[in-house]
Design a protein around this ligand. Structure first.
Ligand code: AMP
Length: 376
């Protein structure tokens, strides 16, 4: 029986997971190099150590009944270590191997029979000319590993720009992706359990700002056939990955309602935060159910919603305007307990409950609420 859960990573996803796990009475231990990390503040215990510190990983395995992780840029060796030493850990190192590498991930998605943007590997300078011919411009070059929130990405229009990006990447292997002139971006958060059952949430519609998620609107403004197709693809990917836990599949919706998978996250996702406030079982609750082998819940959406991220600006660590924001009873505010509001750091988010459809008026209302906030 599982009574305690270990979480590698102490960020906001770990924090929201820990809060749900605590609600269910589990003992939560988190591992993060930073003291008082967002998850560490709410967990029962925090091990302060690097993600690849194997003696600390061993301690995490020893002191808990099952280990999970809250972001994918951790050392795969840590997950393998737990697997090889008889500790329970999920998702598996195989899931991590695929999702840590954009090339392996896109190849995997294609193997599942699902479309992606055209892509090619660029590991040597000579690869650039070939990719320029085979895939073409405009393109986005991305580091295959380690990039997130728009880091390690270059939008290029010419050979010169591609070569400059290659030089800037300092020898890191890149993926050359055809730029997709998408109509919308959507994502499906899903959870698979060890019995191969998959539940999916309602696709959210995402707006990014320089590679970082800014807004998620639920439900996405797409035809029901597109929602159903996206849910089906997310389910196929969950089965293919054999993942146990919550994951997210991000899509581009193209002209004519085509769907291309952009990315898979093997963990709860920023675009699924809304599930805390407007469903009966959040993405974190479902993750806990999956890893503890409890029944999954078929999600019910109690209200339409718009989630807006609150990013740091580097202009101060105090958030002004919260009192004004909370005058609106349709807003639920979540702050992550991070001390320094460094520019573009995810500091918190709010969910605005929307009566009626997601339309320009609703979006303008959420943006006006967001504009009340200011760091100083
Ligand atoms: P990613 O890190 O791959 O999720 O990329 C971050 C964001 O950059 C995406 O959500 C898109 O807004 C944009 N982006 C990434 N790849 C492409 C692409 N091939 N075509 C168009 N936009 C892209």
């Amino acid at each position: 029986m599982i009574q305690s859960i270990g979480v590698i990573g102490g960020g906001q996803l770990g924090r929201m997971f820990a809060l749900d796990a605590k609600r269910m009475g589990y003992h939560v231990v988190t591992l993060d190099p930073q003291e008082h990390s967002p998850a560490g503040q709410v967990a029962d215990e925090q091990i302060v150590a690097a993600y690849d510190d194997l003696s600390a990983i061993e301690l995490l395995g020893k002191t808990t009944d099952i280990v999970t992780y809250e972001f994918e840029n951790i050392a795969i060796e840590s997950v393998q270590y737990l697997e090889n030493h008889g500790y329970r850990v999920t998702p598996s190192s195989e899931v991590l191997r695929i999702t840590q590498d954009r090339l392996l991930e896109k190849q995997f998605v294609r193997k599942c029979g699902v479309a992606t943007a055209d892509f090619a590997e660029v590991s040597r300078l000579e690869d650039i000319g070939r990719a320029a011919v085979d895939i073409g411009f405009p393109a986005i070059l991305k580091t295959t590993r380690g990039g997130y929130d728009g880091k390690g990405q270059w939008r290029v229009q010419s050979l010169e720009e591609a070569e400059a990006a290659f030089a800037e990447a300092k020898g890191a292997t890149l993926i050359w992706e055809r730029f997709v002139p998408f109509v919308r971006e959507i994502s499906v958060v899903a959870t698979r359990n060890a019995h191969d059952q998959v539940i999916t949430y309602f696709p959210g519609e995402n707006v990014h700002d320089s590679g970082i998620l800014a807004i998620t609107m639920v439900p996405a403004r797409v035809a029901s056939a597109v929602s159903a197709a996206a849910a089906k693809i997310a389910t196929t990917i969950g089965h293919g990955l054999n993942i146990v836990g919550t994951y997210c599949v991000e899509f581009f919706v193209t002209e004519g309602d085509g769907l291309l998978v952009n990315e898979i996250a093997p963990r709860p996702h920023n675009s699924g935060h809304y599930t805390i406030d407007v469903t009966q079982s959040s993405q974190y609750d479902q993750h806990m159910r999956a890893i503890c082998d409890l029944p999954l819940a078929q999600p019910r959406l109690f209200s339409n919603a718009i989630m807006m991220n609150i990013l740091g600006t580097g202009t101060g660590d105090h958030l002004y305007g919260v009192d004004g924001l909370l005058l609106d009873p349709t807003i639920v505010l979540h702050m992550y307990g991070k001390r320094h509001a460094v520019a573009r750091r995810k500091m918190g988010h709010f969910t605005m409950l929307i009566d009626g459809p997601i339309d320009e008026r609703a979006i303008a209302r959420a943006q006006a609420a967001h504009a009340l906030l200011r760091w100083g």
